[in-house]
Design a protein around this ligand. Structure first.
Ligand SMILES: [Zn+2]
Length: 162
């Protein structure tokens, strides 16, 4: 996909007669490795693209946490996490290390019959999910649950703030 400066529009081989060719795009994606995990496991159809996109951005610390906005020069009253009031609100803090996130993740692993894990970052969770168990089907299910939980933690944080 490339950007055409003159027309200001995106030109892509996946666009046919001005319409996005979803089938071609999906085919291309399915032949690619899982974008979030840098090749650790194959494409997960059951996870919505917006969630995968979010997880990818979170892994790269590209979600608009208070700390990230502050670093970009956005003036904020405080960059401290509004849940625990103890730590700077980074992406990994909101989604992984804050007490709320820890409890949610612990509860999920417990309900899946798995031992608790000491995750420190979104990357840790992706690594864990991509390597867990021997059954690809069960691994996909666990990954979907964990990614869904991360997405919900972000949505809940935004609902709390806005
Ligand atoms: Zn917190």
């Amino acid at each position: 996909m490339r950007h055409e400066e003159a027309g200001g529009t995106w030109v892509s081989s996946f666009v046919n007669d001005g319409k996005l060719c979803v089938a071609a795009l999906r085919d291309r994606i399915e032949r690619a490795y899982f974008p979030v995990c840098d090749g650790n496991f194959s494409w997960l159809k059951m996870i919505p693209l917006k969630v995968l996109g979010f997880i990818w951005r979170a892994k790269k610390s590209r979600i608009p946490s208070a700390a990230a906005l502050n670093n970009r020069g956005v003036a904020l009253e405080s960059t401290v996490c509004g849940v625990c009031n103890t730590t700077e609100e980074t992406g990994d803090h909101i989604l992984v290390t804050c007490s709320l996130a820890r409890n949610v993740l612990r509860m999920i692993l417990h309900r899946c019959g798995l031992p608790g894990m000491d995750f420190h970052s979104v990357s840790d969770i992706i690594d864990y999910a991509s390597r867990w168990g021997n059954c690809p089907k069960k691994r996909r299910r666990l990954t979907t649950i964990l990614f869904g939980a991360i997405w919900c933690l972000w949505k809940a944080r935004n609902d709390r703030i806005f």
